[in-house]
Design a protein around this ligand. Structure first.
Ligand code: PLP
Length: 455
């Protein structure tokens, strides 16, 4: 197993000094120490297509973290994972049931595998003009249509969450697929955090936990992996593991970048850190409150609440904002945000601007000790204080090392640890309510400004 400090690749990626001859000095300076780790499959390192060393260790750790039977590291993005999943499940001439809002990689997968797309339509939002998800009912009709036409179907490929934050009823769709003997592949490019959010702020389960057979995630989008670095997770027996591994060997380079693979291992470890998602969720809450306070703006969930057609749940870390009430297009607002504030939204259409929060969002949600000292505070039940900025210096005594500082986001883990101290007969100083049933937190008055810092 990887150690906390070094990760699965820590032992391998070091001591390759002497590299860098022949490299443009400006580029060498730009790369810094990272250049020393720009390794590939060399003796003593591992092989991506037949791993039994550092790569195998990283993949096993990822499988455990994401609830997969097996995880494959991808060095050519979710694109390669979608291609491999389709190649592994569909034979030339097969139908593949494809959501019409799939990414272009699903279409190019059909070129590679020689299969025929049988489209199923997602629900389209009449107000925002964006596609939500395919429902289990529509999927059932799609499978029935292929069966009625006597067409062999290799797999079903759906996207969830969408770019705009709508999450599919994966459990319902998996039931439909599995009843028809079909594997369900989910393009979960935007959904890697779901495995760690555990239902917080309305987050649905990740695709694999909800019953998908394969889920492909762009770890470089919403986790902290380097560009191009993604993961494919599989579970169960419906997809042939050997065909999947062969497809990946066909599609991926034989010189995979160890920087990319190490970044995947590190992104997985960071996502598992206690409290890792408290600050991004907090930032998303702040941003939602701030956006709602601005006249003329509406959020996706105001049009399409969780439970409405094609929206089984909403991704709490995605903010889709309708701006037509301002009389501008989404693109114009995005351009203005960039010019005036250096804020680059994830996506803009005519109607909406989309902001993505991920691992690492919201460092700005903290506050200086001085600002925290003079801030307005309120007392709330302890559970409601999680994700808020603590107004108290909460310190188990002894040893007298503060667990939470004024101005710091109070995490669920910190609260659990403090309660553990009390339960064990210890003392926590600094809280107005020494039983910790109520905690003092800072009243945040200006969410609009903080939103711009956070997204
Ligand atoms: C839904 C979806 N699937 C797949 C991809 C491709 O992912 P990657 O860039 O990791 O190849 C994207 C990229 O934006 C996407 O939005």
């Amino acid at each position: 197993m990887p150690t906390k400090s070094k990760g699965a690749f820590g032992g391998q990626l070091r001591g390759s000094g002497g590299l860098g001859g022949g490299i443009l000095p400006e580029f060498r300076d730009m790369m810094g120490p990272a250049l020393q780790h720009d390794l590939t499959e060399l003796p003593g390192l591992d092989y991506l297509s037949a791993p039994n060393g550092a790569i195998a260790t990283a993949q096993a750790a990822a499988a455990a973290a994401f609830g997969a039977d097996e995880t494959f590291l991808l060095v050519n993005g979710t694109t390669a994972g979608v291609h491999a999943a389709v190649l592994a499940t569909c034979r030339p001439g097969d139908d593949i049931i494809l959501a019409r809002n799939c990414h272009l990689s699903a279409f190019s997968a059909c070129v590679l595998a020689g299969c025929q797309p049988a489209w199923v339509d997602p629900v389209v939002d009449p107000h925002l003009g964006v596609a939500h998800c395919v429902t289990p009912e529509v999927l059932h009709q799609g499978l029935a249509a292929s069966a009625a036409a006597g067409r062999p179907v290799g797999a079903v490929l759906l996207v969830s969450p969408t770019y705009f934050g709508a999450c599919c009823d994966i459990a319902g769709c998996a039931r439909v697929c599995h009843a028809a003997g079909m594997p369900l592949i989910v393009d979960e490019a935007h959904g890697a955090p779901l495995a760690f959010l555990r239902g917080r702020d309305g987050a649905p389960a990740g695709a694999l936990a909800a019953g998908a057979d394969v889920a492909v995630q762009s770890s470089h989008k919403t986790l902290s992996a380097l560009g191009q670095a993604s993961m494919l997770h599989m579970r169960g027996e419906r997809v042939d593991r050997r065909r999947l591994a062969s497809a990946l060997q066909v599609l991926q380079t034989s010189s995979p970048s160890y920087l990319l693979m190490a970044s995947l291992d590190a992104a997985r470890a960071a996502a598992q850190q206690p409290g890792a998602w408290d600050a991004p969720l907090h930032a998303a809450r702040l941003a939602r409150a701030g956006l709602r306070a601005l006249p003329g703006l509406t959020l996706l969930e105001d049009f399409a609440a969780a439970g409405s057609p094609g929206v089984h749940a909403l991704d709490p870390l995605r903010l889709t904002v309708a701006v037509s009430g301002w009389g501008f297009s989404g693109r114009a607002v995005a351009a203005e945000l960039d010019t005036r504030f250096g804020v680059v939204p994830e996506l803009a259409t005519q109607e909406v601007v989309v902001f993505a929060l991920g691992a690492g969002s919201a460092r700005a949600a903290g506050m200086s000790p001085r600002d925290a000292f003079f801030a307005e505070i309120e007392q709330v039940p302890a559970d409601a204080a999680v994700g808020r900025l603590s107004a108290e210096l909460l310190c188990p005594y002894p040893p007298g090392v503060p667990a939470a500082l004024p101005g710091e986001v109070l995490t669920a883990d910190t609260l659990a640890a403090l309660r553990g101290v009390l339960a064990a007969g210890g003392k926590v100083t600094g809280a107005a309510d020494e039983t910790l049933r109520m905690l003092s937190v800072i009243v945040e008055h200006d969410p609009q400004t903080q939103m711009l810092d956070c997204v």
